[in-house]
Ligand binder design. Sequence first.
Ligand code: ADE
Length: 404
Amino acid sequence: MASQGILRIEWAESMMPVLRFIRNRFKKEKPLKGHRIGCCLHITTETANLLYTLKSGGADVFLTASNPLSTQDDVAAALAKNGIGVFACNGESRREYYANMQQVLKNRPEILIDDGADLISTVHKKRIKGVLGGTEETTTGVIRLKQMERDRVLRFPIIAVNDSLTKHLFDNRYGTGQSTIDGILRATNILISGSNFVVAGYGWCGRGLALRAKGMGANVIVTEVDPVKALEARMDGYTVMPMSEAAKVGDVFITVTGDINVIRGEHLRKMKDGAIIGNSGHFDVEIDKKALSRLARKKRMVRSFCEEYTLRNGRRVHLLSEGRLVNLAAAEGHPAMVMDLSFANQALAAEYLLHNRKLQHIVYNLPLAIDERIARLKLKSMGIAIDRLTTEQKKYLASWRMGT
Ligand code: ADE
């Protein structure tokens, strides 16, 4: 499988110019020399390019999967062939998932690069030795880690990569928007145009998904619990209603909230025959699968990643990729072009942790200057020039700052 993985990793690399720029600098400067980095990430062609970048910087790198269904086995094989310790296999059980994480931890990583905070929370279950810091890729993970900070149990500094502007404004919005549609289409081949497309949650991922579904001709319905986000969704042109109402009219339902049981038995019972339900939030907790099983009298796989449940009321509901991240299980995750920005942030966050050894045990953002550097590099790679402030404009702005 390795040869296929190598080709696909190269393809992704051609669309990751910012990461390539960082990799070339890392090759010369070796800022990570001699350090061990443990990663818990979706094992994709884009992740492979991050790992090669860290390796170019002089680090020893170890990788486990952040989800049992997202591992691309050809990529894992290619990485193993190129000297990265990979512990993962697509479809691994829950027990194997945690056993593989332990394999990474056995290598005594000094920096942990996480997606969802499972690796960082696992390491906190025992006495911690030698960990300098961690970085976190997702909104869900940052929420978990900020709670650990509030509970005063965090034992090393964390960089919330998710909260960099060049991460969530692009990856969460345009990445999730596109890759979720990609996953739905691969699993079902439905026509989005003309459908009632329900998006549960209007964070950055929900915004991106609603935008793409609307662009493909769907009638988009947003459900929310946050009044400000609900108002924003309405003013962005979507219909807003509670899930109890949306359940009756939706053709496709995708959850992107980060919370549990967003689609429950009371909603499933109201759904139309043929409704499609899926999730793009980090954990497979947003659809109450137990309730779905309880309500069903029959289930069968009707396509890859598409399981048909026939409910006792006679209606069929189709669950995509077992309620796990549909964009990474049924498709390949976000395109390389956008992961370029996210993983540029990850590579620079690892370097930042090594350069800043006096950080407290709290959750930090990367400095804005790093965001701006990444955005400038991306613009340059796209052949886009922008204006610079003139001396006169700088003076004018400075005079306001001084209150004159
Ligand atoms: N998260 C979402 N898309 C991803 C990708 N392509 N690679 C790694 N992590 C991801």
